[in-house]
Design a protein around this ligand. Structure first.
Ligand code: PMP
Length: 394
């Protein structure tokens, strides 16, 4: 006789395989944050090379001050959803500012990036509709599609031919089809051919949703993301993103050219049935958006650091992604090597992200680094030196 709990023995086995040494990679505790790029882990000063703090704004004085002001004046939380408890003026202001930032008419703010994807996908899609989903799309995109009840077909990662072949096969159903992709992919650090995807969707009369979680603040002359860099902001039907990466806070959003985004406020369950973001979180996000717009030198510095890390790791002969980006995934020979290297990097004072199946895109095992504008050149050199000691010199 089986029980409800039996499935957890497999989880237990997997965790034990990962843990091995002193620190569990899935449960790291940062005892103290020293700065945007440095923390204390297990008593040791550690360079944080695996955050998504792309612009380094988590300690930005204007953002901290805005959050403190909101805490003192608006309280610790909203204690309910926007539909039930009303919108705070700041939720609305952030929506206006996002719409203005993208130069699109409609914007909707959610409590998390994960919730934004669930919220938009479940409101937009229903059984009988189709989704063409990039094979490497984030779990929140997959979960939203699955929850919607639409038919899901995956196409080869970043492959316009594979997308078109599936779209062609759908025939008349193409006009009830949503193509779901990301901009910058967060594990390997490769970019989607968004222009090609947009051209295909136009030809077939389908719709396009792009998750720009890792692209916002990084690409485009104004930091609007890969949609801006590839000139397709107006062609995307829905652009979703998160505040938890380059904006250094939490929350998610969707901007769109379509009026129906406003109607989703009445139909999107992940929007309706959860508490709205705390006023302090909204305030820090608004301040960070302003900093991102004003201080373009942060983006320049981020790219400088990204080039330094990518060139350094490539110079060591390590297997990185196909292009320079603030995300650099280093492929390891196998899971055992990745786990072992992750522990040794941490012991050398460098925190990276351990990515092993099923979280990795193609079954490989990787050490993921992400650069921040706040990393110093010396810190980037130290990260490269630690990789050399752990994966090359050995
Ligand atoms: N989309 C993508 C592509 C992501 O990488 C993430 C977070 N890693 C999310 C959505 C969810 O965002 P959040 O963590 O802010 O909920």
């Amino acid at each position: 006789m089986t029980t409800l709990f039996d499935k957890f023995s497999a989880v237990m086995d997997e965790r034990q395989a990962l843990t091995g040494a002193a620190t569990d990679p899935t449960n790291v505790v940062v005892d103290k944050m020293v700065s945007a790029t440095e923390g204390v882990i297990a008593g040791r000063a550690t360079i944080l090379a695996g955050t998504n703090n792309y612009l380094g704004l988590t300690f930005e004085p204007s953002c901290v001050a805005a959050g403190q002001h909101a805490l003192a004046n608006e309280g610790t939380g909203t204690t309910g959803s926007r539909m039930a408890n009303g919108n705070y003026h700041s939720h609305k202001a952030l929506e206006r500012e996002l719409a203005e930032f993208y130069d699109l008419p409609h914007a909707m703010v959610f409590s998390t990036g994960y919730g934004a994807n669930l919220g938009i996908l479940t409101a937009l899609l229903q059984p009988g509709d189709c989704v063409l989903l990039d094979a490497d799309a984030h779990a929140s995109l997959y979960d939203g599609c699955k929850m919607s009840g639409a038919d899901i077909y995956r196409f080869k990662h970043n492959d316009p031919d594979s997308l078109e072949a599936r779209l062609r096969r759908l025939g008349d159903r193409a006009t009830r089809t949503l193509i779901v992709v990301e901009g910058l992919y967060s594990i390997i650090g490769d970019c989607a051919p968004l222009q090609k995807f947009a051209e295909i969707k136009r030809r077939y009369g389908a719709y396009l949703l792009i998750d720009e979680a890792h692209s916002l603040g990084i690409y485009g002359d104004n930091g609007r993301g890969l949609v801006e860099a590839q000139g397709i902001t107006e062609e995307a039907d829905f652009i979703v993103g998160t505040f938890s990466k380059s904006l250094g806070s939490t929350g998610g959003f969707c901007v769109s050219q379509h009026e129906i985004l406003s109607l989703m406020r009445y139909t999107s369950r992940p929007f309706i049935f959860t508490a709205s973001a705390c006023p302090s979180v909204i305030a820090t996000t608004r301040a960070a958006l302003q900093v991102m717009r004003d201080r373009t030198e942060l983006r320049t510095q981020l790219w400088k650091n990204a080039h330094q890390l990518y060139a350094g790791l490539q110079g060591l002969g390590l297997s990185t992604g196909p292009e320079v980006s603030p995300v650099v995934g280093v492929r390891c020979a196998d899971q055992e090597q990745a786990i072992n290297a992750w522990h040794r990097l941490l012991a050398a004072g460098v925190y990276t992200n351990l990515i092993v199946p099923p979280a990795s895109p193609d079954g490989s095992s990787l050490l993921r680094c992400s650069m921040s504008a706040a990393h110093t050149s010396a810190q980037v050199d130290a990260i490269i030196a630690a990789f050399e000691a752990v994966l090359v010199t050995n």
